[in-house]
Design a protein around this ligand. Structure first.
Ligand code: AMP
Length: 448
């Protein structure tokens, strides 16, 4: 099947052609014709599957007819994070270059003035994070009664971040006759409820998780003592034949400290985490995209959905607590048909988190390197309790200005997570031993 078979306009086909995509991805094949017919849709797909184009392309054609009116956007796309909102707007620019559509981005962390000005002129597409949208709505700067098309993207992430009540409120302010598209990597019960309440006889489209289906990502797990993680990371960055890497950590403080420590060791490093201003995050991300730096230390929230082609390595400095974060993280590499390597550093305390990830992905992550006999107990390892970022609502309301050093102000504690924090039992047999020496042994080992 080609893009031309999907019923898209000639202008769009030209823009798609310019992007160099040979054929539509499965989510695009399944979703685009239905969306063009005006149907509601539930798309169970995650980043990396081409899902953004699956809704942006038909939207451009649908919105090609009709005109915008002041303060009344014709369509609304809700995104959980500023970065994702930004990327969706870039997609509109890319695919909409032969169409004349107006667009506004409503995200926290940037000046509201320009956003309001754009809205007042009238826009065809409004891309927003729920917090900022509710804020402007409350000030009477925006009317949603002309909004005929709603996209709720990354719905399960919205749930994690506490945005569902906002989304319900937003949905209730839109015309009932609208078209609604909901995308989510998973469908936990609250999202099913949301869909049942606000979608009308939706078509359901499900595509394989890219990480489980993506044979282009070579995964490895390195079992290491907590106090040796930085050495292990440095070794990976020095010895692996890597072009560039995104290094993930569970905590904002670790992101900051790690970026500083790697810089001190002579690496070309940037960071992206939830305490940074939006403009700083974008600047760091751009430096990484332009190869001005080749290591980006990141937290999950800040890095959610980041799309950079040709990331050769993802390193999980910490094992993520949420198994689906693992899939999102490693999905930053092996994109667009390229190969990538994902290395996870795990301590003994991570045994259960690793097990939950393996259950989700359906296979064991190949262990890398030789496992030394049991080393000293890792009392000196960092605490296993997650001081997570952003399982809390409205993460984008961070004030601008100087950031205090970590020691001056403790990180805010996260909201309790939905699922119980597992006991720290050593359930995974081979995590009973941990690697405690120099790394080269595992570097040559292929983990197929
Ligand atoms: P997404 O799932 O929207 O995050 O998209 C992941 C990546 O796939 C982006 O870099 C897109 O530019 C790219 N992409 C989207 N559609 C296609 C396609 N039909 N063929 C190849 N790459 C695509």
């Amino acid at each position: 099947m080609t893009f031309a078979d999907l019923g898209l306009s000639d202008q769009l086909l030209r823009a798609v052609d310019d992007s160099g995509y040979p054929e539509p991805t499965p989510i695009q094949r399944a979703a685009i014709p239905s969306i063009l017919m005006g149907k509601d849709l539930i798309g169970i797909a995650q980043t990396g599957t081409g899902k953004t184009a699956a809704f942006v392309l038909p939207m451009i054609d649908i919105l090609g007819h009709g005109r915008s009116r002041a303060r009344m956007p014709r369509s609304l796309i809700l995104e959980p994070t500023r970065e994702l909102a930004q990327q969706v707007s870039e997609n509109f620019e890319k695919y909409g270059k032969y169409n004349k559509l107006s667009m506004a981005l409503l995200i926290g962390g940037v000046q509201m003035g320009d956003q309001v000005k754009a809205l007042e002129k009238g826009v065809d597409v409004l891309i927003a994070t729920p917090g900022r949208l509710m804020d402007l709505f409350g000030r009477g700067k925006i009317l949603l009664t002309g909004c005929e098309l709603l996209v709720i993207d990354e719905a399960d992430r919205m749930l994690d971040m506490g945005f569902i009540p906002d989304i319900e409120e937003i949905c209730s302010k839109l015309p009932k006759s609208r078209q609604t598209l909901l995308f989510s990597a998973t469908m936990p019960p609250p999202i099913q409820k949301l869909a049942a309440k606000f979608l009308n006889d939706p078509k359901r489209v499900e595509v394989a998780r890219p990480a489980t289906a993506n044979v282009n990502i070579e995964q490895r797990l390195v079992v290491v003592r907590g106090d040796k993680k930085r050495d292990a990371l440095r070794d990976i960055l020095r010895h692996e034949e890597f072009k560039n890497a995104i290094v993930f950590s569970n905590r904002k403080t670790t992101v900051r400290e790690l970026a500083t420590s790697l810089k001190r060791s002579g690496f070309s490093v940037g960071q992206i985490q939830g305490d940074m201003d939006q403009s700083d995050r974008i600047a760091e991300f751009d430096r990484f995209k332009k190869d001005e730096i080749n290591i980006l230390v990141a937290s999950d929230v800040a890095a959610r959905g980041l799309d950079v082609k040709g990331v050769s390595h993802v390193v999980n400095f910490d094992v993520p607590w949420q198994p689906d974060d693992y899939i999102h993280r490693i999905g930053r590499t092996g994109r667009a048909g390229m190969t990538g390597i994902a290395i996870t550093l795990a301590t003994r305390e991570d045994a259960e988190a690793v097990e939950r990830i393996e259950k989700l992905i359906g296979h064991k992550i190949p262990r890398a390197g030789e496992v030394a006999p049991t080393a000293a107990p890792a009392e000196d390892a960092p605490p296993a309790e997650p001081e997570r970022e952003a399982r809390k609502p409205r993460p984008e309301r961070k004030p601008r200005g100087e950031r205090k050093p970590a020691a001056a102000k403790p990180e805010p504690q996260p909201e309790p997570r939905d699922e119980p924090v597992p006991e720290r039992s050593l359930v995974v047999e081979d995590l009973k031993n941990e690697w405690n020496g120099p790394l080269p042994g595992f570097l040559s080992q292929s983990a197929g």
